[in-house]
Structure formats: C-alpha cells, structure tokens
Design a binder for this molecule. Structure first.
Ligand code: 0X9
Ligand code: ZN
Length: 406
C-alpha cells in the first residue's frame, strides 16, 4: 500500500516537471471514430490529421485516432460516432465469468481451432461503431450450406441481458465437448444438422453496458439518433408489422423502433442471414429475464392462423417447459410488442420461432438483469435439453405433433 502511494507521488512529482506538450502526450487513449468522408480527398483530410483509416464505406470511414486527432476531426464537424477504444471494457470483477465482446470472439476462435473441419466463423455485418457481428456455423460439410436441417440460436439483442449471450455460447461449447466424448446424440446432431450461433447480436450496446466496470442497464444499440439521444431497440426494428404497437417512435424511448423497419445494421444482418440460409427451420432467440418460453404473435393478440403452425409452436413450447420449468405462452400474453425477431422470422420466412426469457423469474432479490455469475452454470444446464430437442426436430418440426389430430 505504502509503496504504491509513494510511487504514485513520484510519478505525479515527475509529471509536474515535464514540459506541457510531453505531459499531454502521456494521454494514450485511442478512439474509434466513424467519420463522414465522401471521397478520396476528404479521406485524405482525415488521414492528414494522423488518424489511421481502418475501413472505408461509401461516404464514411472508420478511423482510430488519439485525442488531438479526434478534436481536429470534431472541429470539422465530420465525426458521426466516437467511442473509446480500450481493452478495459470488461465486467466487474465479481462477474468476470461473463463473456465480453473480445472474449466471445476468443471463445468462437477457440472452437474453430479445435474443430477446423466442422466450423465456419464469419462476420455477418458491422455495427454503427464498427464491431463485427459474429456467426458460427457447425456442420460436417461446412463449406456447403443448405443441405441439412438447421437451427439458429441467437443471444444478446438487448445489451443488459448478459445471460442471453452465455447460454447459446455455452450450449454450443457443451455440445462440442459431448461430441468429442462420443455422446451418441451430440454426434448425431453434429453429423445430421447444421447448428448456427449468433451469440452477440448487439455488441455496441453490450460493451457500453459494461464500460467503466459498472453496469448501466442499457438495452438498445448505440445508433446516434436525430435528436442526439442514443439507440434503437433491436427487438422492435424487424420489418413485420413494424411500428404497430408496443414500440415507440420517440428516439429517447427504451423501445424506440428506429426511423424505419430494418434501419439498423444489426437487424439487417440477421435478416440477410436468415434469408440466405433457407435450411434454418427453427430459431431460438435468448433474452432475459422472467423464465418464459414465448412464440408468435407478439404484435397481435390474435394467434397464428395456420392451425398446424400454431399447434407446433404450442406443443414445442410446452415440451421445452418440462425441462427448464419456464412458462410457455404466446408473446402477446406478456405484452403486445411489434417488430421483434420471432414475428418477422415466422411471419415472413415461416421459421418456427421462440424467445426464451431466461432466469431469474423476477427482479426482486434475484438480480434481474444482473443475477451474478454464480447462476450461469445452472441456467445453461436447464436449457440444454430444450436446445437438443430443437435440434432433434429441425428436420421436420411437425414431427413433434400428434399428426392424427390434423
Ligand atoms: O420486449 C422484448 O423485446 C422481450 N422482452 S425483454 O424483457 N427481453 O425485452 C420480449 C419479446 C417478446 N415479444 C413480444 N412480446 N412481442
Ligand atoms: Zn430482451
């Protein structure tokens, strides 16, 4: 303790004698900037500040800059987004078992390294702040999609719902470790199914939620809205019955639907992914919390009109609830909300679609969005069988029905 504070004194004393410009240059903060620059001339202006251009878009660039370079670009009025580029965005120490953005990528890389013949990792799009949205596809024939029944598991639409990232990621890790051990079911699913994982749909929001080592209860992404507020609710931005209820057109709102359907790079990426992987027959989108299994519709109190589709959602939800003990119900029984992923995926692509609201059941005493890392293992465990069940029926979800009734 004493030595540390003495060192601090010495450092401070030393700084006091540094010439001003040297003292300033000690600030090593780097910023990731999205800068408006429409052509090579404007890009050269950006480059001339000393900032490094990392990516070039149609009328913008992503650049990494120090404080001085950032100030210069801000004076020009060209900076659209700015965020501190730091590796210290991390969970508070007592929650370090949760995966931040970098750790999710490392976990996915690790899976690919372990099973290079079974996995393909790719970026399906880039967020407002320039983060890649990662997808992992597991298949014994990973270079040729569409030839096997597929299930898509997604997490992290909402920034503060950190368990929703852990469960799909750790389910896939568990499945692969069972595969390696020779568990016959795991082997069968890896060999006969395609398993798609997009564990963190909203990395900008998630990193913001944990920035500074203190949770912010952030929900949306990090779009800079027209009124200077931040964020669109990604689960209100999908383009099926968009904006018809249970969402807000006020940018400052927690459930802001966005300026138009699919205005956000994150929802566009998921849309394109599902549209281009026609073999996805079932999807499961993880959220927290309330311990529910939800299925369409969410935009309307009316139920799915196609009798077999209604029955298959109800049946599968009820069955999955026997394992995790969550409550199965139609989304709109919770509340009406339009523009969510599952309504769009079923409504336009006919994908059998579920939302899980993971643990805890309620806010009081159990931590709500922040239940602590101690619950991770148990929540993953109780959701393994529901995930396995979806893999089982991916070839033909209607197999789960007592067809005699139809
Ligand atoms: O409101 C949501 O997007 C989900 N709940 S959360 O607490 N995780 O935000 C529920 C989505 C269910 N869909 C509808 N009710 N439409
Ligand atoms: Zn959510």
């Amino acid at each position: 303790m004493k030595i540390k504070s003495c060192l601090a004194c010495l450092t401070l004393a030393g700084l006091a004698f540094l010439p001003i410009h040297q003292a300033e240059s000690i600030d090593s903060t780097q910023y990731m900037l999205k800068v408006r620059a429409k052509d090579k001339f404007e890009r050269s202006v950006v480059a001339n500040t000393g900032a490094s251009i990392e990516r070039v878009g149609e009328d913008w660039v992503l650049a990494i800059a120090n404080l001085e370079e950032k100030n210069q670009l801000e004076k020009l009025g060209w900076v659209e987004h700015s965020s501190v580029l730091t590796s210290t965005m991390d969970f508070p120490d007592q929650d370090r078992d949760f995966h931040n953005y970098t750790e999710v990528k490392a976990a996915l890389d690790e899976l690919v390294n372990q099973y290079p013949d079974l996995m393909r990792l790719g970026s399906i799009g880039m967020t407002h702040q320039g983060r890649d949205i990662w997808s992992l596809r597991i298949s014994t024939n990973p270079d040729f999609s569409e030839n096997k029944p597929a299930v898509l598991f997604l997490g992290g639409h909402h920034a503060r719902e950190h368990l929703s990232v852990e469960v799909p990621l750790r389910f896939v890790q568990w499945l692969m470790s069972e595969y390696k051990k020779g568990n016959p079911r795991a082997v069968r699913y890896v060999e006969t199914r395609e398993i798609h994982l997009i564990p963190m749909v909203n990395p900008d929001g998630l990193e913001y939620d944990i920035e500074g080592g203190r949770y912010k209860t952030w929900r949306k992404n990090r779009r800079v809205n027209r009124d200077g507020t931040y964020g669109v609710d990604l689960n209100r931005n999908y383009g099926y019955q968009w904006g018809t209820g249970g969402s807000s057109n006020s940018p400052n709102s927690e459930t802001y639907m966005g300026p138009q359907a699919f205005s956000e790079p994150e929802t566009q990426a998921i849309k394109l992914y599902i549209e281009t992987h026609k073999n996805i027959s079932i999807l499961l989108s993880f959220h927290t919390f309330s311990e529910l299994i939800l299925y369409p519709w969410g935009w309307s109190n009316g139920s799915i009109s196609e009798a077999r589709d209604k029955a298959v959602h109800e049946k599968m939800a009820r069955k999955m609830a026997t394992w995790n003990k969550y409550t199965p119900e139609q989304s709109s029984d919770l509340y009406i909300a339009s523009g969510d992923l599952t309504d769009w995926a079923y409504g336009t692509q006919k994908v059998i679609s579920f939302t899980f609201e993971l643990d805890p059941a309620n806010q009081w005493g159990s931590g709500g969005f922040y239940p602590g890392q101690g619950v991770i293992q148990g929540v993953v465990q109780k959701n393994i069988e529901p995930c396995m069940y979806l893999l089982e029926y991916a070839d033909n979800p209607y197999r789960s029905l007592d067809e005699a009734a139809f």
